[in-house]
Each structure stands twice: as structure tokens, then as C-alpha cells.
Design a protein around this ligand. Structure first.
Ligand SMILES: Nc1ncnc2c1ncn2[C@@H]1O[C@H](COP(=O)(O)OP(=O)(O)OP(=O)(O)O)[C@@H](O)[C@H]1O
Ligand SMILES: [Mg+2]
Length: 207
């Protein structure tokens, strides 16, 4: 079981991790985008973190939904829409919950992924955060089928996200500003996929 306290811990950890990796993410975005991804993600999660005390009495679904709404407005741009949507959709399927079993985690990861795909239209291979998230969702499900518990399955999901993140380096960007570079986007790791990996890693660490 993942408790509400662990979800809150996750979001606080994510805020620290985004702060710690701000420079790295910004450098990645400088190569293929506008060089603001790290600054924007750190600012967004900082806002989420400072808002947590006021939502601590609410259920997991509403905490995740308000996290998404804050990210949407505080990150701004495509990144805000994409990461905001992930948390908003994850919040919708965890409405009213005080704790989450492995099946609920699987559902929330899947809802987040479908929401992002629906909103942004990216498919696997387009060099976006979907390239880290989609394999993570698959790995989580597969681990559960193999009899793993939530923590083990999250560990497998993080490992798959890391591989997906690294492999974005070899892809041609098809979405967002990076797509303007076409073939020249090859050789650079996608900043959003990197953030998604860091966010999932924070969830694993919190659990
Ligand atoms: N349509 C999309 N679907 C999924 N993820 C996307 C999409 N567009 C962009 N992204 C992700 O968002 C990241 C860029 O986020 P950032 O915060 O830098 O936003 P931005 O500068 O407004 O966006 P962009 O430069 O991609 O138009 C990309 O690295 C990619 O992973
Ligand atoms: Mg950018």
C-alpha cells in the first residue's frame, strides 16, 4: 500500500530533485529547446511543495489534481500542459482515496499516460516524456503480473523509464520546439523524458 503520507513525501522529494537537477535539465533544453525546462520544472514543483500543507487533509486524488493544476500554471508552455495533465489525470482515477494498492498505482500511471497522449498527441518514438513514461507503465504492469509487490514494480518502472530517457538521445524530435531542429535533434537527450524519469524515481524513493 502507498499511503497519502508517502504521496506527499513523493511530491516534496520531486521538488528537491527538480531543484537539484535544474541546471542539467536547463542545459538539455538549451540544446533542443528554449533552455527553460529546468527553471520551469523547479519553479512548478517548488510551488506544489509550498502548497502541500494546505491540501494535506484532502484525499490523494485531490492532492494530485491540485498538483497538476499548479504545475500547469506555474511551469507554463508545453511542459506545463504535459506534466500538469499527467497529475490531473492521475488524480481523477484516485479520487477519494487515502491509500493506493498496486492496481491503483497501475491505474494512475496509465491514466496519466493516456491523458498526456490525448492532450499532446505524441506517440512513443517522438522524443518526448512519453518515451520514458510509456515503457515505465508497461514495466510496472508486467512486474505485477510476475508477482512483484508495489515497490519492486516501481523499481522496474523506474529502470524502464531510465532506459527510455537515455534512448531519446538517438531519436528525431517530432513534437514541440525540438521538432524544429529535425535531424539535428539527434544526439541530445529529451529534457521532458529526463524530468519524467526523475519524478518516477522520486516516487520510488518515497515508497
Ligand atoms: N506534445 C507533447 N507530448 C508529450 N510531451 C511533450 C510534448 N511537447 C513537449 N513535450 C515534452 O515537454 C518537454 C519540453 O518542456 P518545456 O518545459 O521545455 O516546455 P516548452 O519549452 O514550452 O516546450 P517545447 O519546447 O517542447 O514546445 C519536451 O522535452 C518533451 O518531453
Ligand atoms: Mg523548453
Amino acid at each position: 500500500m502507498v499511503t497519502k503520507e508517502q504521496i506527499i513525501k513523493w511530491l516534496k522529494l520531486a521538488a528537491n530533485v527538480m531543484q537539484e537537477n535544474k541546471e542539467w535539465l536547463t542545459q538539455l533544453d538549451a540544446a533542443v529547446g528554449d533552455g527553460e525546462h529546468g527553471i520551469n520544472m523547479a519553479r512548478g514543483f517548488q510551488k506544489v511543495s509550498s502548497h502541500l500543507p494546505s491540501v494535506a487533509d484532502e484525499d490523494i486524488g485531490s492532492i494530485l489534481k491540485s498538483t497538476g493544476a499548479i504545475l500547469l500554471s506555474a511551469i507554463g508552455g508545453a511542459g506545463g500542459v504535459i506534466f500538469g495533465t499527467f497529475f490531473i489525470e492521475a488524480g481523477k482515477v484516485t479520487s477519494g482515496r487515502q491509500e493506493l494498492g498496486s492496481v491503483d498505482i497501475a491505474a494512475f500511471l496509465k491514466a496519466g499516460l493516456s491523458g498526456v497522449i490525448k492532450r499532446g498527441g505524441a506517440q512513443v518514438g517522438d522524443k518526448t516524456m512519453v518515451d520514458a513514461l510509456a515503457p515505465a507503465v508497461t514495466a510496472f504492469d508486467r512486474s505485477l503480473e510476475d508477482g512483484a509487490d508495489t515497490t519492486e514494480a516501481l523499481g522496474q518502472a523506474v529502470a524502464a523509464a531510465q532506459v527510455g530517457m537515455t534512448e531519446t538521445t538517438h531519436l528525431v524530435a517530432k513534437k514541440g520546439r525540438a521538432s524544429y531542429l529535425g535531424e539535428r535533434s539527434i544526439g541530445h537527450q529529451d529534457p521532458g523524458a529526463t524530468s519524467l524519469y526523475l519524478i518516477l524515481k522520486a516516487l520510488y524513493d518515497a515508497v
